[in-house]
Design a protein. Sequence first.
Length: 115
Amino acid sequence: QVQLVESGGGLVQPGGSLTLSCAASGSSVSAYTMGWYRQAPGQQRELVATLAPHGDTNYTHSVKGRFTISRDNAKNTVHLQINSLKVEDTAVYYCYEEHLLRDYWGQGTQVTVSS
């Protein structure tokens, strides 16, 4: 059974940085497209970044140049490095793993950007 567990969220000041982690079990992060969504209060879930098995990455326009998705195959973990945080980045961040018949999701980690 695939399980994804996010960590690394927290409260940070504008301009700060965070690294979110998504530890996978029951699957290999190198074999599937991995990604991060976020959902702010009262808003729809938004795709933030994806990482394909062959290494291609994609980012939503608002985070390009600030967010970096990567994976550590040895630790079976995907990371999201977030720099130059803005108040509008405040959201619950969810990791997902894309399988042929379904996607798997973690429980989310809260990122709050506030002075």
